[in-house]
Design a binder for this molecule. Structure first.
Ligand SMILES: C[S@@+](CC[C@H](N)C(=O)[O-])C[C@H]1O[C@@H](n2cnc3c(N)ncnc32)[C@H](O)[C@@H]1O
Length: 271
């Protein structure tokens, strides 16, 4: 039994920082994660913008905007928190493993800055274009319709090498069999992916499927320290990879377990 085997296909209820600190070095092949974006709490600070939209979206249309205590930090707290968990991730992921982190304009520059401070090689930033994103009714800005994923390699710019990228698999997924570009037009998570319950920031399986098929190999072990409803693990299972995922919210862990139980491995590759 290898050191990594004891981490395979585990769903862990814990605070990720304390859990990560107990994990040995160089265990995971890759990290794919969607951390808190620090966008909660804003509405109550200023009675403008989203606060007005909320009356329509939360009241009339029953839209759930994120306002969670796990997503509410001061700028400094958020930076320090991210610095700490990303540093731990660079320790527990193998050299030259992929580290892929979701964000929006609210947090992605901080995440990118931290990856730069840690000296990691950044390969791409991927744009997830949500053509059906909620309209912005404040008329004070463009309608925000994208999220980003920064793809870094767990090594320095000078030394990074042999990172996983399944070029041909990605090419096959495009309609005209041309190179896959870094802007992905994928609708927001559909209701049918929420059969077992709702999470306020559940990501679509298609986005995770592309990351997993494109940037990891079969049987590899992926860590997600902020698993939410478990989309990373569900996609890993569908595509024949292993997962080790953490969330500190019991309700989300239960939801993840239900999703995983109903998931079947679909090989050869499937999204
Ligand atoms: C953006 S959500 C992830 C959503 C996920 N990608 C999905 O598709 O459902 C972030 C998650 O991080 C969890 N979280 C926040 N802080 C945490 C911490 N310190 N340790 C573990 N989990 C944490 C929250 O409970 C939340 O479910």
């Amino acid at each position: 039994m290898s050191k990594a085997d004891k981490y395979k296909d585990k769903v862990v209820l814990a605070d990720c920082l304390s859990k990560l600190k107990k994990i040995d070095d160089n265990i995971f092949d890759h990290c794919i994660t969607d951390p808190p974006y620090n966008i909660s709490g804003y509405d109550n600070k200023k009675e403008i913008g989203w606060y007005k939209s909320n009356n329509v979206w939360k009241g009339d249309k029953k839209f759930l905007k994120i306002n969670e205590n796990w997503d509410n930090f001061s700028d400094k707290e958020y930076f320090d928190f991210c610095y700490e968990w990303i540093s731990e991730i660079t320790r527990v992921v193998k050299l030259n493993g992929n580290i892929m982190i979701f964000g929006s304009y609210h947090n992605i520059y901080k995440i990118g800055f931290i990856l730069e401070l840690l000296g990691l090689k950044i390969v791409n930033s991927l744009i997830w274009y949500k053509r059906n994103a909620f309209p912005n009714i404040t008329q004070r800005m463009f309608c925000e319709s994208t999220e980003q994923i920064i793809w870094a390699v767990n090594n320095s710019k000078a030394k990074a090498k042999n990172w996983t990228f399944n070029y041909k698999v990605m090419k096959e997924l495009t309609p005209n069999k041309k190179q896959m570009r870094n802007m992905w037009d994928i609708p927001m998570t559909s209701i049918k992916e929420k059969t077992y319950g709702k999470h306020p920031s559940q990501k679509p399986l298609e986005v995770l499927g592309r990351l997993i098929l494109g940037c990891t190999n079969a049987d590899e072990l992926i860590i997600d320290p902020f698993c939410g409803s478990g989309t990373t693990a569900v996609s890993a299972k569908i595509n024949g990879r292993h997962y080790y995922i953490i969330d500190r919210n019991k309700e989300y862990i239960e939801l993840t377990k239900k999703r995983l139980k109903s998931t079947i491995i679909q090989l050869p590759h499937s999204l």
